[in-house]
Design a protein around this ligand. Structure first.
Ligand code: CUK
Ligand code: CUA
Ligand code: CA
Length: 641
């Protein structure tokens, strides 16, 4: 099986054959282990020499049946508008949590409860049925994830969703007023003023597209009217606390460990309308927000509002922030069209990835605070390194040992580089070798993250890389391919590519956290649902003129009502409480021809409202396999003409 001659070397010199050997070895590791244990002598004939890998492939990359992954991955989904939960390092997808887009499995966008979260128009239909999730991050305590919440953005309609990490459900969605292209998102990690608050109370959100404010359709050709807003959402109430009006745009967002600073990269300081304009300047900016000062300005009433929104908007423009000692915002100049901005786990630095510049910029946070305090004269001096790392740097992850891992989109590579060495090199020590390792990935990586990367507990074990193109990695399935997420072992000096797994397009950001940081609940608390039917005997059809309430409970393998009668034209609200208490004992409820389908998990209550506009007999059936008599689990809805 020598395919060597068919496999061209990549231009970077790292032959793909090297990769293929490593992958083959990974795949065979389990086989070798088994044969050793069972004492047989059947060695895999085509196994490449162990020398192909510099260190042993760790056990358990693909867990054996019954084994659990040591990490959860929380993934954005892109244009399917949901959040995905994966096991890492296996990459096995465990759950999709619908947020912005209806979901037929659970009835998201069908039940009254989910419609209320998603938002409806006057006629009861959903406001939006599309979404575009990019960035997801979870709540912090003491610099590590605390397992309360995760947040995710919707770029299309400028919404932020919160997911409860006990039930893995979306419980709130908030619109950001006067924002288009909401992109970057990051929770804070502490309060800048009150040291007792060492957990997330705010989520920062960047508005990527500048629009005329207010956006009434009158000012399309007045560039001076175009602005972007940087928004702060309250982590608990999910209300928008304040916004900052800035020059240029916001792309991605980061927050400091002490809660004092938030940052956003901007690629369009030019305020260009076309891409040529947006890349005309040699440098753009990374903005730093002084959170305590912004909140003080809001308290002092130094704000405006725009349009119908009541959210206070403070002035973060160049013009209003010339004096460092009172500035709310610092505009740090960084190379051309930067993309990711990421906080190092030692809490010292923010790294800006250059995108159109082959560089990474290291900004020291203590110096930014010095500048705000008037102790650092030149703002440019907050940059402690600006070093070449490769073409098309997008996002950076960390291993907790001082190394950064940046995706190089154009080079189709991961580059591992040492931050302190880069700082030395930048300071003039040209012998400082900051690039530690390079590894080809397949192909054109966007997001990257390492296990526990953006926490104080970064553990440097696994790196997941979201490759935007999979090309030849999987069976072709027509014009659009799956994306390729790759798992890399970063526990040694060299990065070792361990596995590919296909993902449905197209995730962007993700985080990887230790599994014991989450405490998922197995069944619902019935008291969480105001409409819960606590006793199956309360089931029945309750009529109030044309308004009818149908109360049903489920317990495998039966619904509490064997049939229920309605009259054509009734406005029906059907409430279903699942009385089963066994974890995973979910029932579904489907009404043919009525576009109704949803599930109720153990002890959950859900409701739907519809007009009984079609007369006939409709077998409402359980859609979720629950019992040997699952197919028999039905009830008749009889709509009389
Ligand atoms: S963006 Cu997609 S690869 Cu929305 Cu985080 Cu950089
Ligand atoms: Cu209940 Cu299937
Ligand atoms: Ca630019």
């Amino acid at each position: 099986m020598n395919h060597e001659k068919d496999i061209p070397s990549t231009p970077t010199g790292m032959g793909r054959r090297n990769f293929i050997n490593t992958a083959a070895l990974a795949g065979l590791a389990g086989v070798v282990g088994c044969t050793e244990k069972s004492g047989t002598t059947t060695a895999p004939a085509a196994a490449p020499a162990p020398a192909a890998s510099e260190h042993a492939v760790p056990a358990g990359v693909h867990p054996k049946p019954g084994e659990l992954d040591p990490y959860y991955g929380i993934w954005s989904s892109g244009h399917t508008g949901d959040m995905r939960i994966l096991g890492i390092p296996s990459g096995r997808e465990l759950l999709r949590i619908p947020c912005f887009v209806p979901d037929a499995l659970v009835g998201w966008g069908i039940t009254n409860e989910s419609k209320k979260i998603m938002g409806t128009k006057r006629d009861g239909s959903l406001r939006y049925t599309v979404g575009d999730t990019h960035h997801t991050h979870a709540s912090y305590k003491d610099g590590n994830y605390d397992g309360r919440y995760a947040w995710i953005n919707d770029k299309i309609n400028a919404r932020i969703a919160r997911v409860r990490l006990d039930y893995f459900i979306c419980d709130k969605i908030t619109d950001l007023p006067n924002v288009q292209g909401f992109h970057g998102i990051f929770p804070d990690k502490a309060d800048p003023v009150d040291p007792k608050i060492n957990y997330t109370t705010r989520v920062f959100c960047g508005g990527e597209f500048s629009i005329p404010l207010p956006n009434t359709g009158k000012d399309a050709d007045k560039p001076e009217k175009y602005h972007s807003l940087f928004s702060c959402v309250d982590a608990e109430s999910m209300e928008v606390r304040w916004q900052v009006l800035i020059d240029g745009n916001c792309d991605l967002v980061a927050s400091s460990y002490d809660g004092k600073l938030a940052a956003t990269n901007q690629y369009n300081t030019e305020m260009g309308v076309h891409y040529e304009d947006m890349m005309s300047a040699e440098r753009d900016a990374c903005l730093f927000f002084n959170i305590a000062r912004v909140e003080q300005a809001v308290k002092d009433g130094k704000f405006k509002t725009y349009g119908d929104s009541k959210v206070p908007v403070v002035d973060g423009t160049h013009e209003g922030n010339k004096d460092a000692k009172t500035a709310l915002v610092a505009y740090v100049s960084v190379p051309k069209n930067p993309h990711g901005v990421n906080a190092s786990p030692d809490a010292k630095y923010f790294i800006c990835a250059g995108k159109l510049s082959p560089t990474a910029t290291v900004i020291e946070l203590a110096k930014v605070l010095d500048w705000f305090d008037g102790k650092l004269e030149k703002l440019d001096d907050v940059i402690v390194a600006e070093v070449e790392i490769g073409l098309g740097p997008l996002h950076t992850a960390f291993d907790g040992r001082g190394n950064a891992y940046t995706t190089l989109f154009l080079d189709s590579q991961m580059v591992k580089w040492n931050i302190e060495a880069a700082i030395k090199f930048h300071a003039g020590d040209k012998s400082a070798k900051y690039v530690v390792d390079r590894l080809d990935v397949h192909y054109q990586p966007g997001h990257v993250n390492a296990s526990q990367s953006e926490t104080r507990a970064a553990d440097g074990k696994w790196l997941a890389v979201g490759c935007k193109f999979s090309k030849d990695r999987f069976l072709p399935v027509g014009p659009m391919h799956a994306e390729n997420e790759q798992i890399i072992d970063i526990s040694g000096d060299k990065m070792v590519l361990i596995a590919d797994h296909p993902v449905r397009s197209e995730p962007h950001d993700f985080i990887i956290l230790k599994r014991d940081l989450l405490r998922p609940k197995q069944i619902y608390d019935m008291n969480e649902f105001p409409l819960a039917i606590k006793d199956p005997k309360e089931s029945g059809v309750f009529r109030n003129g044309k308004k009818v309430t149908v109360k049903i409970t489920s317990q495998a393998p039966a619904f509490s009502l064997r049939e229920f009668k309605l009259k054509k034209g009734d406005e029906v609200t059907l409430i279903l409480t699942n009385h089963d208490k066994v974890e995973d004992l979910t029932h579904g409820f489907a009404i043919p021809k009525y576009n109704v389908q949803f599930v109720v998990n153990p002890q959950e209550t859900a409701s739907v409202t519809f007009i009984a506009d079609q007369p006939g007999v409709f077998w409402c059936y359980c859609t979720h396999f629950c019992h040997a008599l699952h197919l028999e689990m039905r009830t008749r809805m009889i709509v009389e003409a």
